[in-house]
Design a protein around this ligand. Sequence first.
Ligand SMILES: NC(=O)c1ccc[n+]([C@@H]2O[C@H](COP(=O)([O-])OP(=O)(O)OC[C@H]3O[C@@H](n4cnc5c(N)ncnc54)[C@H](O)[C@@H]3O)[C@@H](O)[C@H]2O)c1
Ligand SMILES: [Zn+2]
Ligand SMILES: [Zn+2]
Length: 358
Amino acid sequence: MKAAILTALNTDLEVRDDVGLGDLGPGDVHVKIISSGVCHSDVSAQNGTIPCGTPCVLGHEGAGIVQEVGAGVADIAAGDHVILSFVPACNQCGPCLRGQSYLCDQSMTVAMSPHFTLDGNPIGGFTGVGTFAEELIISEHCLVKVDNDIPLDIVSLVGCGVTTGVGAAINTAEVTPGSSVVVFGCGGVGISAIQGARIAGAAEILAVDMVEGKLEQAKHFGATHVCTPDAFEQMKGEITANQGFDYALECIGNPVTIRATFDAARRGGTAVIVGVGRMDQKIEFTAFELFYMDKILRGSMYGSSNVRTFMPKLLRLWKAGKLDLESMISRRIQLEDINDAFQAMQDGKVIRSVIDFS
Ligand SMILES: NC(=O)c1ccc[n+]([C@@H]2O[C@H](COP(=O)([O-])OP(=O)(O)OC[C@H]3O[C@@H](n4cnc5c(N)ncnc54)[C@H](O)[C@@H]3O)[C@@H](O)[C@H]2O)c1
Ligand SMILES: [Zn+2]
Ligand SMILES: [Zn+2]
C-alpha cells in the first residue's frame, strides 16, 4: 500500500507504494484511512522540533473505516467510522481515571509500537498513528467512533487541529461569556481556537497573524478584530483599555510569541500555550512578575480534551451549524502532493490541506 514516509530529518517525505502492515494483535484495529488533514506538527516532526524516529509514516489527523478487529476488541466492529486520536484513552491509567485522558500514560507505549513494515523491517507511525497511509493498524484506545453519516473529510479535521484549538479555548482556558480573547496564529489550530472562543461567548476575539490573508479568514470564523504583530500593542490598548486580555492563546510554537502571549493576558488573566516549540528553546520570566501578575500560565495538550466525549460534542456543534469545518479545508490533495502541502502550510497559504484517500 501507499504511505508517505520521513526517512531522515529535514528531507522531503517519500511516497512509497510498497509499505506493509504489521500483525493485528490483541486490542488492535485495522483501519482504512479515508481522509487526513496536514497539521503543523507533521512539519515539526520533519524538521526535528518534535522528536520522531526515522523512518516513520507521518500524519496524525485522520479518519477512516474499520476493516477488522483483533482479539478482545469489543466496542468497535468492521464498518464503523472512526477518528484516530493521537493520544490513547486507555480508561485504566491514573490520568484517564482522574478524567484527563489527554495525558494518558499509554501515550509513549502507543507511540513506540511499530505497526508498519518497510523493506521487511518494522517501522512506526508519527505519535503511534501515521495517517499518511492508505491503511494502518492501531490500538483500540486510539479510536473514537463517529456517526456513519458525517463526511469523513470533515471528521478527519477533528482528529487534531479542531479538537486542539476548540478544546484550548473551552477546556483549557475555560473562556467565559463576555470575555476578551486574543489568539496568536491563525492556522488550523488558531482558527479552531477562535471558533472555540466564539462558541464560548467571548465578546472580543482578536486574531493575530503575520499573513494578511489569514486575518481576513479569521473574521469569517468569529474574530471581531484582527491585526499583524506590529499593530498588536495598539489593538490591545483599544480593545482592553490597556489592561490586557482575559485569555491569550498561543497557536504558533515560537518562544517569542509564547512570551508575548503571557504578556498579552491581563493581571489575573490566563495564558494558554498550544503551539509546540523545540525542546531546547527557553523562555524567560522574572521572579517578580510571576507572583505579581497573578496570571495562570497553562500548557494545552490536545486542547485538554477527553476525546471520547469532546470529539462527539464537536461534531454535534458542526451538525448544529455552530462549528464551521467545511471552510477550514483550503485544499483537497492526493498523497503525492504532500511535500507541496507542507510548503503551502509554511508559506501561510492554507488553513488545512486535506488528503483524499477515497
Ligand atoms: N498542543 C497540542 O496538542 C497541539 C496539537 C496540534 C498542533 N499543535 C501545534 O500548534 C501550532 C499551530 O499548528 P497549526 O497546524 O495551526 O499551524 P499552521 O502553520 O497552520 O499555523 C500557524 C500560523 O501562525 C502564523 N505565524 C507563524 N509565525 C508567526 C509570528 N511570529 N507571528 C504571528 N503569526 C505567526 C502563520 O502565518 C500561520 O498562520 C504548531 O506549533 C503545532 O505543532 C499543538
Ligand atoms: Zn496535529
Ligand atoms: Zn490512560
